[in-house]
Each structure stands twice: as C-alpha cells, then as structure tokens.
Design a protein. Structure first.
Length: 364
C-alpha cells in the first residue's frame, strides 16, 4: 500500500554498479542495499551496510552514473574484525577534502530462518545479541585528486592521514563518551530497530560532527549528537570537552516519533531525513532544523525552528529512504534521495542498476 500515490519525483538518476569486489561478501547486492551518500563534484560516494568500504560512481551521461569503484577501508585502518567484517556504515559526509564515515554503533539481534529452524532454535536465535566490532567506527579519510572533478579516498595525502576514534573488539570511544548520558543509557543494551542506540545520519562542517540517531526516540523526540573533534597525541580522533564537562551535546527534536535516517547541511540549517525507528513500515519525511549550527548548548529544539518540507513515497517492504544529498544539476533546491530495498521497478538485476529520485525542496 502506497502512502502518497501522487508522488512524482522532479527527476530520476540511474546508478550502475559493476566492481565485483563490492559484491564478494554481501547477502544483498550493493545496489539494493544502499545506506548513505555523499558527493564531491563528479564523485558520488555511496555505501552498502554489509561491507567494510565505500563505493564511488562518476558521471556516465545525463542522469546516469557508473564507472563503479569499491574502496576497502580495511586497507586504511586496522579494523578489529578485519577488512571483511561488516561495518554497517550508515553515514557519509564530505567536507574540506575529507570523507567522513560512521558505522551504526548498534547491537544486532539474531534472526531465525523460518525455513531452517524449529520453534526452539528460532527462539534461541532471537535471544542472542551480537556485537560486530567494525560497526563502532567513526573516522575520516583524505580525498586525493584523481582527475577532473574526480577524487578518491586514500590513507595519506600530504600532511593529512586517515584517522578514526579508537575502537577495539570490545570497546568503543564514542560509546564511552556517551556512557553517562541518562537519555541513552538504556538504549545501549538494546539492538537496532528496537529503540536501541543506532546511528544513521552524519553531517560535518570543519571539525564539528552531527550524528543522527534512528534510535532511541524519546517521548516522540529524535536525537542528534554533536561532537567537536580534534587530533589526539596518538594520532586518533578525539572529541573535545564542551562546556568543560561532557564531550558531546544532545539536541532533541519533536519528530512525532520518527527517527533520523540522514543528515545534510544546507547553509546554517540541517536537513533531516526521517523514518520509522522500529522495523515497522512508515513514512519517510524531510525536516528542516533552522540555524542548527548556532546551537551551542544541549537542549530541546523549539518547535518554531522545525519545518516539515517533504513526504517521500513508501510501500510495504520497499523504498526505505536512507540518503539525501544536494543535486545541483537538477536545480538550486534539488536533492538526490537513495533507497534501501528499492522497489522492483527501480532495479535491473542483470545490469546492476538502480533508479533513485531527485526531489525539489522549498527555499529557506
């Protein structure tokens, strides 16, 4: 059942994937499992949450991007679960010659296989919570010029080096920084899609980093965590102490119970792509948080600074909006929307292509 049958995109963009390295360790093909997007000129970076890397497409023709290349982050970082361990990348952001990457930092619950498990074994799997250590990644890689308008992520570019916050098999710096926050404490013990702690949005300006949480949603309010990063003495990234106390700010926004799926800076504002927190189906909506970069303290954002901009299509089980990125060739207020689990009419399985939407948002 479609929520808004009258939805018509401003335009469509076809994305083509071909690099076999990106498909080697995934259950769902990359083009059917996109979770984030970031663009730098003629380089469109995307990711599949099952891999340990990012994918780059470049223009092929009008409304068509291809020349697919996969970059394994395990070759740039010593990942605790190795270069093939799932990172569950849910956020990408490009700024100042860096590509920032964040994993979900979420626990996951075991899933019963209905055609293989009896009732007792299915229950045993559901009781099991798993911690994939690569999911607890937050870092950045330098972008080096490869051609006219095309850049590539590298481990070293001049004085810039690939950096991440410290992470290990059983430890995460980000979780440690947030450990004493009462609004998040209970969520750390819950898995993703059950109102557990789950990062799905990322925006960056300079060394200020905003992380949008799919969960938890608190009393109908979505949460955005803000960090101010620096390079520590050992070369890792570290969040500065803010107000002489915590290493983070919490911003709560009344979203009617929806969680964050993506963050995109738009001048001084943050555009927030929203969707259901739990695994149930629900609407995808775009919200503007006015003058977000001016908020220098934790708190609940006033309702008059939040503006609902757009409702996206959704169908049962498909077209889950996961990425939002400016798309200037389609107009000044045009944005590309990518989907996880795209509907069949979007996908050519043989050619490994998927059709995405471009929407036009109202001016500020």
């Amino acid at each position: 059942m479609t929520a808004n049958d009258d939805f018509q995109p401003h335009a469509t963009v076809r994305l083509a994937f071909a690099d076999e390295a990106a498909f080697a360790h995934v259950t769902d093909p990359v083009h059917e499992d996109l979770s984030a997007a970031a663009r730098v000129a003629d380089s469109l970076f995307l990711c599949c949450d099952e891999t340990a890397g990012v994918d780059r497409l470049t223009p092929v023709g009008a409304g068509h991007w291809g020349h697919h290349t996969h970059f394994n982050l395990g070759r740039m970082f010593d990942l605790p679960d190795g270069p093939d361990g799932e990172m569950d990348i849910e956020g990408l952001a490009a700024d100042g010659g860096w590509l920032w990457v964040v994993g979900s930092h979420a626990l996951k619950r075991g899933k019963p296989k209905r055609d293989e498990h009896d009732a007792a074994k299915a229950l045993k799997r559901l009781r099991r919570l798993e911690r994939d250590p690569n999911r607890f990644f937050l870092g950045r890689v330098p972008l080096a010029q490869e051609g006219d308008g095309v850049v590539r992520p590298v481990d070293v570019a001049g004085a810039r080096r690939a950096q991440s916050v410290p992470l290990a098999k059983k430890a995460s710096a980000l979780r440690k920084w947030l450990a004493d926050e009462p609004l998040l404490d209970a969520a750390f013990a819950l898995p993703a899609k059950e109102n557990g702690f789950d990062i799905e949005g990322l925006a960056v300006r300079g060394e200020r980093v905003w992380l949008g949480l799919r969960g938890p949603v608190v009393n109908g309010h979505a949460i955005v965590v803000e960090l101010d990063m620096k390079t520590a003495g050992d070369g890792h990234l570290k969040a500065r102490k803010l107000d002489g106390k915590t290493r983070y700010r919490l911003h709560l926004l009344d979203t009617g119970g929806l969680g964050v799926r993506e963050l995109t800076l738009d001048g001084p504002d943050l555009l927030i792509l929203l969707g259901p927190t739990m695994s149930a189906e629900g609407p995808g909506r775009i919200l503007r948080w006015r003058d977000a970069i001016d908020d220098a303290t934790s708190g609940v954002i006033a309702a008059d600074r939040l503006e609902w901009l757009h409702e996206l299509p959704y169908h049962a089980g498909v077209d889950h909006a996961e990425g939002l990125e400016p798309w200037p060739e389609a107009g000044e207020r045009a944005f590309l929307v990518i989907y996880d689990g795209p509907a069949d009419h979007r996908v050519d399985h043989h050619a490994r292509t998927v059709d995405t939407d471009v929407v036009t948002l109202p001016p500020r």
